[in-house]
Design a protein around this ligand. Sequence first.
Ligand code: HEM
Length: 212
Amino acid sequence: MRKLLISKWSKTGVFLLCLLPLASLVWRGLHHGLTANPIEFITHATGDWTLRFIVFTLCITPFRKLLTLPDLIRFRRMLGLFAFFYGCLHFTTYIWLDKFFDLKEVWKDIAKRPYITVGFLAFVLLIPLAITSTAGWIRLLGGRRWQLLHRAIYISAAAGTVHYYWLVKSAVLRPLAYGAFVAALLLWRWFEKIRARPGGIKATPLKSQAGI
Ligand code: HEM
């Protein structure tokens, strides 16, 4: 498994996999497969994938520790940037295809409709994370400050889940499942923090834990 993770093609492979949701949308667009309401279909697909990529990004740290696969860290930045990428597509679909760049209308929606307000918060929080995702920014901010800033992804995940929960009328099962998963990831991180404290619960250390 490790060989596969560190192979020079693994990043290209993951990159291409991450493009599949977009490719599927383009394919459907070219083959009249975007249903009778294409704007709604694209908004929902891009929203779904934004949330999924946020969750994939959050899974990297627990998975590398629990599965003893430290090399998974190689993919975290890419997954986070894809969350931002699909978030941009989602937001662009809304302001372009739904609101025709009527920024006054967009602003009214953000201010008046709670599910749009939290969705906007979730998206805005991803912007500094995408900007500061480079090695240069890690050096500039210093590891601790960078880690602190990047915890905002948990707030973004929670806000994205609330956004989803508030917009669905009756099918609450999926947003609730996302909520439970994000809560489990948060609990795991909290448990790990307690375990790492002097006098905390003993754990077998994992070699070369460079990431958070
Ligand atoms: C990280 C940020 C965001 C995430 C994770 C996210 C996620 C989602 C999800 C999961 C859905 C539902 C998809 C489905 O039903 O299958 C959705 C729908 C939607 N989102 Fe977002 N969203 C985000 C940001 C935004 C922003 C910034 C806006 C607009 C300002 C927005 C506007 C909408 C709209 C209009 C819908 C469709 C609502 C409806 O069908 O009634 N979202 N979003």
